[in-house]
Design a protein around this ligand. Structure first.
Ligand code: ADP
Ligand code: MG
Length: 231
């Protein structure tokens, strides 16, 4: 489905929150690599999709009413076989229904398990004075606490993206830390420019959250994404 079709459908349904599946389709259309993510309506669907994608897989609750999926017991990672997927499907549904009895649940999303990388966050928010700004930072608990992020006003160019990745205090982590692979920083910079171009060319986007992005020695992949449309 094209980007405008996804946005139009959300508008018709009177919602401003896009699902992770919709958000990733849009980002992928704009050349930002995401884990391929599909919707399962029931357990059999989940197993069929898992087998097609290839184990290990990740299952997540899919509901526009549940923003923080893992807080609701809504994320199960590293599922290695059919039995694990079936169990995870039931556990996620039960946990979500218990914690959010009124949530409209469209199903459970299935995606491949991404190999571990350096955790990055990227996004876009609207500043009251400056309008849309793109954000870059290191992900993970430590950085959520330290709020080590850099911002630039949209639109950005390559040079701005280069500043963004070198400005953060934790930049050394991008160079590889204690034997860890370094991050493909040019790839991250390209993603920032693509994000900015998308926001600049698409009216009605209120907020974008890619958290986390896993960065590798070669390339990077968006593992979770959220897009909110303007009211
Ligand atoms: P939340 O809505 O709670 O932010 P996420 O989709 O970010 O849910 O999932 C929570 C965590 O699970 C992520 O921070 C990441 O560590 C892990 N995770 C999610 N999807 C994947 C994936 N496809 N591959 C590997 N790890 C994943
Ligand atoms: Mg997340």
């Amino acid at each position: 489905m094209a980007i405008q079709d996804i946005i139009r459908r959300a508008r018709e349904e009177n919602r401003t929150v896009l699902t992770e599946i919709e958000a990733k389709k849009i980002l992928a259309e704009r050349g930002i690599r995401c884990t391929e993510t599909r919707l399962a309506a029931n357990r059999d669907d989940a197993v069929r999709l898992s087998e097609r994608i290839g184990y290990p897989v990740v299952l997540k609750i899919s509901s526009v009413d549940i923003t923080h999926k893992s807080d609701a017991g809504g994320v199960k990672v590293n599922l290695g076989d059919r039995a694990a997927v079936e169990q995870a499907f039931d556990d996620i549904m039960a946990a979500a229904r218990a914690k959010f009895p009124d949530a409209d649940i469209e199903g459970i999303s299935v995606q491949g398990m991404a190999r571990p990388g350096i955790e990055i966050i990227m996004g876009m928010i609207r500043d009251a004075n400056f309008g849309p700004v793109v954000m870059f930072g290191l992900g993970g608990v430590l950085v959520e606490v330290l709020k080590d992020v850099s911002f630039r006003i949209v639109p950005i160019e390559k040079a701005d993206a280069e500043e963004m990745t070198s400005e953060i205090q934790g930049r050394k982590l991008l160079e590889g830390y204690r034997g860890q692979d370094p991050a493909d920083v040019p790839c991250l910079q390209e993603m920032l420019v693509k994000l900015s171009d998308f926001v600049n060319e698409t009216p009605g986007i209120e907020e974008i959250d890619m958290n986390p992005v896993f960065a590798y020695k070669d390339g990077a992949v968006v593992v979770d994404a959220r897009i909110i449309l303007s009211a």
